[in-house]
Design a protein around this ligand. Sequence first.
Ligand SMILES: Cc1cc2nc3c(=O)[nH]c(=O)nc-3n(C[C@H](O)[C@H](O)[C@H](O)COP(=O)(O)O)c2cc1C
Length: 179
Amino acid sequence: MKALVVYGSRWGGTVDVAQTIAKALTQEGFSVDVVDAKKSPQSIEGYDFIIVGSGLRADRWTKEALCFLETNAPALRTKKTALFVSCSMADRKDAGYETGKKRYLDAIATQYALTPISMGYFGGLMDFSYSHGLLVDIIVRINRRNLRKNGLDTAKVHDTRDWAAIEAWGRETAKLALQ
Ligand SMILES: Cc1cc2nc3c(=O)[nH]c(=O)nc-3n(C[C@H](O)[C@H](O)[C@H](O)COP(=O)(O)O)c2cc1C
């Protein structure tokens, strides 16, 4: 069985999430290709199972990951699929948790008329020691104090990617795909 994991990433945090999912699929017997959505394959015909995911910025998947879904939606509807996101809303302890899940996963599945066998909702990586683009860097600098009050100290690395949970989801999802 062949699987494809396509990921969208702006700052690199989602790369290792995709790789961890791929490792879990391999352990369950899949032959897996992991592909950056910026270089997504011409055809997905050779794959039995396709997982697509993204990091978030201002409530948006990356444009390349969305473009992959848009371009391949008809073929994806004929295959087993799963979606995942790696983002800060997944860490929320209030109603924001469910809001993010609906907005970033359920709404994407609906938008492309997909029926994923599973959807993974994982924490992300925020490291403001490197640039997120001039505009974001300026906004972060100006709002540093407010962000800290709301629990985001931009002087620290916030890495809430739970590798055990990501791997467990990958294995569970692989088993579902084999049913
Ligand atoms: C400028 C900026 C905007 C973000 N916007 C959101 C957001 O709207 N919702 C969310 O859940 N996470 C948001 N995040 C968290 C990212 O989704 C998280 O850091 C993720 O790991 C980024 O993935 P990437 O490094 O692969 O692009 C944001 C992060 C940054 C730096």
